[in-house]
Ligand binder design. Structure first.
Ligand SMILES: *[C@@H]1O[C@H](CO)[C@@H](O)[C@H](O)[C@H]1NC(C)=O
Ligand SMILES: *[C@@H]1O[C@H](CO)[C@@H](O)[C@H](O)[C@H]1NC(C)=O
Ligand SMILES: *[C@@H]1O[C@H](CO)[C@@H](O)[C@H](O)[C@H]1NC(C)=O
Ligand SMILES: *[C@@H]1O[C@H](CO)[C@@H](O)[C@H](O)[C@H]1NC(C)=O
Ligand SMILES: *[C@@H]1O[C@H](CO)[C@@H](O)[C@H](O)[C@H]1NC(C)=O
Length: 945
């Protein structure tokens, strides 16, 4: 898929969804079987054409079902065998339907095209059918947190495309299958990155054969099973391993010393086994951050000094490991150290953190040792020190009671309220971090192997919140905010956090939104920050679907009054309204005089007009407007704030007349805004020549731009139809610079300072010489932009131009940098969008990738040719590269990482060599609902082999 296709999908995907079809009869019959078997199917599963009438949760391609995603729907019943007729199905996600019971039918093996089978957190039982090995295209297999029993089917070993295998938290028993001459086994999964088999009842040994140097897993989780025997020496051959959890088994024997060869492993947990022999020496495992060897039967030994060589350690857990002697001072100068748990040993002597102990320390637990003295240092306030049951605590004094008495550890964290007063909510609504009452989608996030252990590091939770928000934003889900609370060490050493996801457009999510959020979390589309490691999510049942279970609950406006803007957004029901209001705030830096304010009270428009002195533009009546546009006959287009018609002034000058949507606002604002627009004058800004204001009828009259909008020239679909529309790279470059100049003028102008907030190709008009003119600025506060909100929800493309902070102020303040973001998307689209690539996969609605990530990866991997797509002239190559690099700088998530628009001009006009490669533009890539995009975005190579 070429960049042109990608950009096309980015902008025009909405068209793809429009293609209607008539559902295949077998698929229809199968869906009906599901419908009969389940309670609580979506209300709109009616009629005889699921594809054509778009049943909730399904999507089709050419009348065949390709995906069923019904996460968190409250489905009840069993999975009927008829599902096997959906032979084109690629994605099946039924996660978090707690009442979905029964077994996984063996006929599931007929779904030969299935790529994602995601059944997390249901109530399925019985054995996993061996036929699962027939799903040769499977990439994601997540059956975790169910009640599956029986053996792990050896046939899973044949799934050579499998990337993610999660069978944890079931009742699986029997041995871990490995291949023999005649039967397959898990050792064959050389491309699988994630082996999650923990929390089952697997027995037998960990076979030597399971591991080999051919494998490339990132994590192997076998914790909390009944495995016996020793750690196979072959484990050390798997150089790619980052996380190894063998804790909670019945393993014995000495720990092999060759584990030192695993230099990428950051978490190693061997705790709660029967290991004996000498305490292992892991000096070579430089990457270790989290080391847990607790509760084993190692030979008694002095505290191992080699630990102090592992500079990245955050966590040392060595409870009951027969340690004795003095704890070395140097231990505490490990720079990242957070947690030291050495309880139930025979450590003795003086405890001294030394003068240079690390500032990240949060817990030192030395309960039940032989410590007799403690050199008190001016210790940072947060460290909890536990010396209970040591000689030093035989006598509890004022001086020793802080570490000699157990006090409940308190590591509470709750997402902060943004500058607002929590709303008082009715019934079971909850006040969001933005102080809006709503029904959040809730559940528990469980991290299987975090690299940290200090639960009190709120910056980590804040970064988790940001990455969640960004992920939902990227998936274009109407999420207002997320809340995290109550971090805790759960059973099985998981870090658990309560998650609440709050809706932005209404007080509840609809079914489509809930299942999309569920899918993002169940299918690992969301990637937490690195430190959190592998995770899973268990959703609570989400009740309040529209018109369903809460008919009596009427929507309430928020009680919070301290933040008018946010309340407005809540009441208005769309994040965009927030944008509009903020746009209003920012768009006008001119202060109204007291006099003007007084005028607004009596609404004397003529006085207001008078205040602005002679306006350079003429005021027309609505009947003038009708005359000049031939009764609004020649419609040029439909913009965010109204319709645009072609017209002619009495002197035959051609004009474009924008008739604004009806608005109830008073005329004063309109005049003030028109005055502000009329004071702009720049070659790259459309010129306004007149206006109309007649009660609620408002119109703006602009110079006519014969070449229409830039959109027509870079929208691939149009360009493909009309090759004459290719403008040439030099022209595109000039357009890019022109638009930047126009924006710079708006941002820096001395008469006005205007943030546009809606930079996109549709708003760049081209005159007869293809000189670009920015239009539609300063209108944010004038119109009722209902349509535009609609079109934004549906046209998933438009949203791509809007900066993240406009949706959610977590990402920073809304400012002129928000325009820079839109501008960046615009020039990226210009750079990537022009070429003709006929390998369109537009029918494949699930395979969109986020164009900027695609382009960034190409740049990073030196695969520039894929961006250039056949451009060969040196000057043209330079233009494409410049647009690409500058574009990527402009779309940085953090507004302060984006250049100002003046800097952008400098970058575009300066030499290419001066441009630095930008950082990857997003916190977590905006994955689409597809396995390939989500796996590709991890940066791990799926297509190995
Ligand atoms: C069913 O719901 C989906 C998602 O809300 C919607 O797109 C579709 O148009 C609905 N179909 C019918 C027949 O109402
Ligand atoms: C560890 O790796 C080195 C080379 O990387 C190899 O020579 C050595 O044999 C390995 N040790 C073990 C015990 O596998
Ligand atoms: C641990 O291993 C390293 C490197 O092999 C060695 O230098 C060191 O002496 C060992 N330490 C102990 C306590 O055995
Ligand atoms: C230690 O951590 C730093 C920062 O995360 C990382 O860059 C470095 O590679 C790590 N060291 C090792 C040996 O993995
Ligand atoms: C105990 O620690 C204090 C300082 O806190 C030190 O002066 C004293 O010598 C230590 N006593 C022993 C026996 O180590």
């Amino acid at each position: 898929m070429g960049p042109r296709t990608l950009a096309f999908l980015l902008v025009a995907s909405v068209q793809v969804y429009m293609i209607a079809s008539v559902t295949d009869t077998n698929d229809f019959a199968a869906l009906n079987a599901l419908k009969d078997a389940w309670e609580n199917v979506p209300a709109n599963w009616t009629g005889a054409d699921p594809c054509g009438s778009k049943w909730e949760g399904i999507s089709c391609n050419n009348s065949r079902l390709i995906s069923v995603t019904l996460s968190s729907m409250g489905l009840k019943g069993q999975l009927p065998g008829e599902i096997s007729s959906l032979s084109e199905l690629e994605i099946l996600d039924l996660s978090y339907n707690k009442y979905l019971s029964g077994s996984l039918p063996s006929s599931i093996g007929n779904l030969k095209k299935l790529k994602n089978l995601v059944l997390v957190g249901c109530n399925l039982s019985g054995s996993i059918p061996d036929s699962i090995g027939s799903l040769q295209r499977l990439v994601f297999l997540s059956l975790n947190s169910n009640g599956f029993s029986g053996a792990v089917p050896p046939s899973i070993g044949t799934l050579s495309n499998l990337y993610w295998l999660d069978l944890s938290d079931n009742n699986l028993n029997g041995p871990i299958p490995v291949s023999t001459g005649t039967t397959p086994g898990l050792d064959m999964l050389v491309n699988t990155k994630h082996f999650h088999l923990g929390m089952n009842q697997l027995s037998g040994t960990i076979p030597d054969k399971l591991f080999s140097s051919k494998m490339t897993p990132i994590d192997v989780l076998l914790n909390n099973n009944n495995l016996v025997g020793t750690i196979p020496l072959t484990l050390a051959l798997v150089q790619s391993l980052e996380v190894i959890r063998l804790d909670g088994n019945l393993l014995t024997g000495p720990v092999p010393s060759n584990l030192n060869n695993l230099t990428k492993t950051y978490e190693l947990s061997l705790s709660n086994n029967g290991f004996f022999g000498p305490l292992p020496n892991f000096t070579g495992m430089h990457a270790l951050q989290y080391l847990d060897m607790s509760n084993n039967s190692f030979d008694a030994t002095d505290f191992p000094i080699w630990i102090t060589n592992l500079k990245n350690l955050t966590t040392i857990m060595m409870e009951s490991t027969q340690l004795r002697g003095q704890i070395p001072i140097s231990l505490f100068s490990l720079p990242l150290l957070e947690t030291v748990v050495l309880s139930n040993n025979e450590l003795e002597g003086n405890l001294d953190f030394g003068a240079s102990y690390a500032g990240k320390l949060q817990l030192v637990d030395l309960r039940n040792n032989l410590i007799s003295n403690f050199t008190q240092r001016p210790v940072a306030s947060k460290v909890v020190i536990v010396l209970v049951d040591n000689p030093i605590c035989q006598e509890i004094t004022e001086a020793t009671k802080s570490y000699c008495i157990d006090s409940p550890t308190n590591s509470s964290y709750v997402t902060h309220q943004r500058n607002c007063v929590p709303a008082k909510c009715f019934s079971d609504q909850i006040s969001s971090p933005n102080c809006k009452c709503a029904y959040p989608f809730t559940g528990v996030l469980l991290f299987r192997a975090p690299s940290f252990s200090g639960l009190g590091t709120s910056s980590l939770y804040a970064s988790l919140e940001n990455s969640l928000l960004y992920s939902f934003y990227s998936l274009q889900l109407p999420v207002d905010s997320v809340s995290l609370s109550n971090p805790r060490k759960g059973s099985n050493e998981h870090l658990e956090l309560n998650l609440g996801v709050f809706p932005s457009s209404q007080d509840h999510f609809n079914q489509t939104e809930v299942s999309a959020i569920g899918f993002a979390l169940a299918n690992q589309t969301f990637k937490p920050p690195e430190q959190f490691g592998p995770f899973f999510f268990i959703a609570d049942t989400y009740e309040p679907f529209a018109g369903q279970s809460k008919p009596g609950v009427s929507r309430k406006s928020s009680k919070s009054s301290s933040t008018g803007i946010i309340v407005g957004a809540a009441a208005g029901g769309a994040a965009l309204l927030l944008l509009l209001l903020l746009a209003g705030v920012y768009a006008r830096h001119r202060k109204k005089s007291a006099e003007e304010r007084k005028n607004s009270n009596n609404g004397n428009i003529e006085t207001v007009i008078g205040k602005h002195g002679p306006l350079a533009l003429k005021r027309y009546t609505f009947s003038d407007i009708k005359k000049m546009t031939n009764s609004l006959n020649d419609k040029l287009g439909q913009g965010g704030y109204g319709s645009v018609y072609k017209g002619q002034l009495p002197d035959c000058r051609p004009v474009a007349v924008k008739v604004l949507n009806e608005s109830k606002g008073n005329g004063e604002e309109f005049i003030n805004e028109v005055a502000s627009i009329s004071r702009t004058s720049h070659v790259n800004i459309v010129t306004i020549v007149g206006f109309c204001l007649e009660s609620s009828k408002r119109a703006l009259i602009y110079d006519f731009m014969p070449n229409g909008s830039l959109e027509k020239f870079i929208n691939k679909k149009n360009a493909a139809l009309e090759p004459s529309r290719h403008l040439g790279w030099d022209k595109l470059y000039q357009i890019a610079v022109g638009v930047a100049r126009g924006l710079e003028y708006l941002h820096r102008g001395c008469n006005t300072r205007i943030v546009h907030f809606d930079i996109k190709p549709h708003n760049i008009l081209l005159d007869e010489d293809f000189c670009p003119k920015i239009s539609d600025f300063g209108l944010a506060r004038l119109g009722n932009r209902k349509e535009s909100i609609m079109s934004m929800k549906e046209a998933r493309g438009t949203i791509g131009y809007i900066a993240p902070e406009v949706f959610n102020r977590r990402f920073g303040a809304v400012s002129h940098k928000s325009d820079v973001y839109g501008y960046g998307m615009l020039i990226l689209e210009m750079a990537g969008g022009r070429d003709n690539d006929h390998h369109d996969r537009t029918e494949d609605t699930t395979s969109e990738k986020f164009f900027p990530n695609w382009i960034y990866k190409r740049l990073e991997q030196g695969k520039e040719n894929e961006i250039l797509q056949g451009v060969t002239a040196a000057e043209e190559i330079e233009i494409v590269k410049k647009l690409t690099i500058v574009g990527l700088w402009c779309i940085q998530t953090n507004p302060s990482d984006r250049p100002s628009i003046s800097k952008v001009i400098e970058m575009l006009e300066g030499p290419l060599q001066n441009l630095k490669t930008p950082p990857e533009p997003v916190l977590s890539s905006p994955q689409r609902l597809a396995s390939y995009s989500s796996t590709a975005s991890t940066g791990e190579n799926l297509s190995t082999g």
